[in-house]
Design a protein around this ligand. Sequence first.
Ligand code: ADP
Ligand code: MG
Length: 448
Amino acid sequence: MKQQAPLWSKTLQQIRTSVGKSRYNALFSDIYCSSFTKDEIKISVPNESRKNVFGRQYHELIGDAIRKLLGWSPRLTVSVDGEECAYGEEESSLNTFFLETTSETENDLWTVPLNPDYTFDNFVVGRCNQLAHAAAIAITESLGKLYNPFFVHSAVGMGKTHILQAVCHEIKKKDPSKKILYISSEVFVNRFIRAIEKGEIESLRYQYKDVDVLAVDDTHFFANKERTQEEFFHTFNNLYHLQKQIILSSDSPPKEIPLLQERLVTRFNWGLVARIEPPEYETRISIVKKKAYISGYNIPDNVAQYIAETVISNVRELEGAVVCVLGVSSLTDSPVSIELAQEALKDNFIQKPKIIKLSNIIEAVANRFNVKETDICGKRRLKSIVIPRQICMFLARKYTSLSLEEIGTYFGGRDHSTVLHSIEKVKNNIEVNPTICAILSDIEKVFT
Ligand code: ADP
Ligand code: MG
């Protein structure tokens, strides 16, 4: 029972990411998972009408989330609270903990809705994030004075939110009286719009003025939003002049955020701008081990290496892979091994090479040259057809496992030396003719 709790918690996290906070709170704040096995998940809802109204939505949302996490979907049973009440103590308290620490209410501005896992202790430092990490630690020791603003940017899933929240946790730990506001840019925009509608803009401004630390996540969301940028400009200036710490994140450096006012670009560059790079192999291994350790597992070195070799895109994916491997191990009651990891990751994490069919190649070439597929595959020797046909043969050799003879039979019954000759011609052409190279790369994009 104890091992299953993190899986349910991860499931909720996944759902929350995909449906957004308000829908998540409406549907999931008071449901419980009483059992989570490989074959079946049992949840209970507070009353009959919830079960009737949202029954199907629960099936879809939970099913999708678990498919994303584990690659399969157990059966879901929804019951009304008390009917089938068997939830384990640890599990329900864990759920509540998760929900409380992440819920955010309008009037509760100073309750920082931080993810309790996003701490410095849980953050793995490598070459990829060294600067961002060092700067983040440094600002907690010298609020508002050292790097203001602190601006961190990276591609998705590389740890921006983690590092922003780690700073907030750390400041709160050092001095609980500090007023810290962590907010996503989306929420900043929504609050601003709502305040305008209700004529409450002054009180909103006052709330932002009264913080010691303002962390705004994903500021690329301000792109193209003129009035929000205006408002944020004033918020920024107020805090900056009071030497309050400002921390920002974005998916690109300030000057590359589309349509961001020049004066904001300038201000975002005033302090320190740090980029987080994709994690290198050694860091990926450490992250895998750390994530497993946090979930209460020790993962063998060879499996950690295997996961780090297999999942290279970003840390979020890497973490998903660890959850998946540990989930499969726990639910099937088998030890974590390379074989188990291969099996667990095969559907969602291991990229299968795409099988390219000859028909896809012919179709792409015919479209590019505006000739008929039947002509390409026929016997006629018109110049307008010969070149596309030769290109088809060349691509067939490159992308399929067909032999020269087999390729010949598809293109008007030509023998293998004719096919070879055609392929050589295209190859020679590629070397001297950039136009052919460009055409080929256009065609390849279509079917690869
Ligand atoms: P971003 O905000 O850049 O999209 P997140 O901060 O949400 O990325 O990170 C995605 C996931 O990866 C989170 O669960 C986070 O804890 C984890 N993560 C990212 N970087 C690290 C790291 N260096 N060490 C440990 N976990 C990390
Ligand atoms: Mg983020």
